[in-house]
Each structure stands twice: as C-alpha cells, then as structure tokens.
Design a protein around this ligand. Sequence first.
Ligand code: EPZ
Length: 420
Amino acid sequence: MDRLVITGGRRLIGQVSVQGAKNAALPAFAASLLTDKPVLLHRIPAISDVTTMTAMITALGKRVEVLGEGTVRIENGDSLQREAPYELVRRMRASFFVIGPLLARLGEAIVPLPGGCTIGSRPVDLHLQGLQRMGAEIEERQGIIHATAQRLQGRSIYLNYPSVGATENLIMAATLAVEETSIRNPAKEPEVLDLIAMLQKMGAQIELCDQEIRVTGVRELTGVEHEIIPDRIEAGTYLLAGGITRGTVEVKGAIANHLTALISKLQEAGVKLQIKDESITAFSEGCSEAVNIVTMPYPGFPTDLQAPMAAFLTLARGTSMINETVFERRFAYVVELVRLGADIQTIGQRINITGVKRLHGTKVRTPDIRAGAALVLAGLAADGETEIEDASQIDRGYTDIVNKLAALGAQIERREEVCR
Ligand code: EPZ
C-alpha cells in the first residue's frame, strides 16, 4: 500500500482546480443502466471509486470508453445482467445504487448487501423498504438481496431519514415505474439534484417540490450527454488546506452555494474568503478561532467535511465542539490526530477540540477517505514529517492529491510500499 509523506509547516499559496463530484459521478454511472442508448459523461473524476463503478457497470453488460480528460462514453456491451458481483459491492457501497435501475429495467436484481465501514453500519433498509412499497419482492439469502418485480408501481414513499443513496436509488427505480411515485422527506444534496438533471435530460418526468420529489414513470429513457457538477467536498478540503497552513488558496470551479455551511464556519473562524462566480479563495494570516459544528443533511454542514474541519480546528484558539449527527461512528480519525499532538476528547457523538500551538509529524493510518484528507491537512501544518499509511483510501475520493498540493507549495510525496 502506498504512503504519503508530508513535511509540514509551509503556507499553501496558489490555485487548484476542483474535480467532478465523486458522489454525483457514481449515481450517474448507475443511471446509465436505465437506457440502452449511449451516455456521454463529462468531468468524471480520475478516482478509484470511479474505476470500481466502471467495473460494476461493465460486469452488468455496459461498455465503458474513457475518451480522455474526464469524458466517459457508456454504451451497450452484452445484454443487461441482473447480478452484481459481490467483490465490487463489498469494495464500494455506492455500487448498491444499481439495484433500482436493474429492477426498473429487468424486473429482477441480485445485489449483495454492502458491508458497513469505519463510519457506520451503513444499512440499506430505506432503499429496500421503498422498493417494496413499489411492489418489489425482496428476499435476503446469505447477505445477498434477491429483488423481483413484474413492473414497479408508482407509490407514495416517506423516508424516515433523508438518505442520499435511498433517494437516488428510488428516483432511478421510479423513472420507469407505472404512474407516479412521490418521495417525501428526500435528500436534496447537490449531487441528488445533479442526478435528477441528468435523468430529466434522458426523458424522465421528475418534479422537485418543497419536501417531495415526484416522478412519473415513462416507458423508456433516451441517451444523454451530461457534465457532472464540481466536487464540493474536494473544494472544501482545499479551502481548509489554505486555512490550516495560513496560506492563500484559490479553488477554481468551486460553487459557493454548494458550500454555504463551510463558508460561514470558515468566516466565523476568522478565515477570509473571496467568492467569485468561478472560484473561491481562502486566505488566513493569523490563528483561527474555535467554532462549533453540527453535521446535518444538506444544506447543513456536510458530514464529509467533518473530519477535515476537525483537523483545521486542532490549531484554532479556544475549544471547538463537533456533533456528528449523520453517521454513528465517524470519529475514527480522532486518535490519529491526537498522535499528531491534537487535544481532542470524544464524548459519544461529539468531540471537543482544544486548540494547540503546534502539531508534530509522526506515522498515522487512514480509516476512510475523509479521515485520510483530515490527516493530510494536519500533516501540512505539523512540524516535521508526517507519514500517512494506506494512501489508496484517499485516492478513492481525491484526484491527484499529491500533485495538486505540491503545486500549491506543499512538500509531499507518495512512497510505494515495498512488499517485504
Ligand atoms: C452518501 O452516502 C455519500 N456517498 C456519502 O459520502 C455521504 O457521507 C452521505 O451520502 C451523507 O451525505 C455517496 O453518495 C456515494 P445516506 P449514503 O444514505 O447514501 C442512514 C464520502 O466520503 N441510512 O444519506 O450511504 C445511514 O446509516 C461518502 O464521499 C439508513 O439508516 O448516505 C447514515 O447514518 C461517505 N438506512 C444516514 O442514513 C438506509 O437505508 C445517512 O446515510 C440508508 C441510510
């Protein structure tokens, strides 16, 4: 496994361009299963989760051609298959997004249950309850979901929690169902809206109401050319990199209204932000101030920026509190930040971070994508050398992080793990 080695203490200065959103690209690949026609996607990020999703839809019968610079063409290969390979679903939870499209197209889907991960048990009960509401027969045998439905029937579905994945899976299933499906209490993250925009261009009849998404089923969907939205989580991570190193970082392509919660918290902490149509610049000279964070569904503070924000707050003046309300176990990175010299207490779903003067580089491990990003941020600010094991976790969600940070002046390199 590769390691990232960072020598910290350098202010980051310069521009970085944001990639396409991982969490919009993955459902867009799943949505390509809803049509026989070609799908052309732009601004697809070069990350390993996209590689995994490419393998998934290829296994299901699609042919994926990378046309260069983030453009991908998805066409029919062999006939659509109903069974998703276990090893791909196990590797990436988002591959569970294929169950809605497969049920809608084939009337049958065999998809392994995605495992939990370090951030939580990650159940899919809301996905399955919604599909059952629409008439699917759902059976679980040895951890594999066998779903069948003559033809999905439009229904009114209430989500107990505005789950991003369940909302996306059910919207995709409903596009080809009979009559109208109403999804109440849906997720409304920008990535969900981007999927809706793509599906509407494919001929899906989708209406966005206040607390409801209404989908009227059609017989079939056409092909589409669609550009994925920029990745607000990557953008936020680089703004925090500018903040924690007391540098000046311009994130080109960042969309400010996708980041309102982070922007207001950074300003509250004393980071100056310059917001333009096509970019956001973070610059900070002095020590930042402690702030309190509660993660919430969009437009609240995004859970995916909780760990990177915590890293930033380890050097803020005063004591910050972070309350993680979306996932039940998203503090695995805290012990690693403490090894770098941070002063953090974990109290259930909450952590209290008391700012310290300095962090000191050491070896740390990477529990998950965003925890890895948090450790990179801390390493950029720490004295001495920080070695982050298992960099492949970070590569799941961040394109070319080493070159992007080096271009901003960071002293960072990737060391291949010599297999002993
Ligand atoms: C999506 O995951 C994102 N992944 C996650 O990003 C993100 O953290 C999350 O949404 C919240 O914004 C992708 O889009 C590929 P949820 P998802 O369903 O869909 C519970 C990253 O780092 N829940 O909104 O899995 C669940 O346990 C990743 O990029 C149920 O109880 O998130 C969690 O506590 C991490 N039953 C909460 O809802 C269900 O059936 C939110 O989960 C589904 C979810």
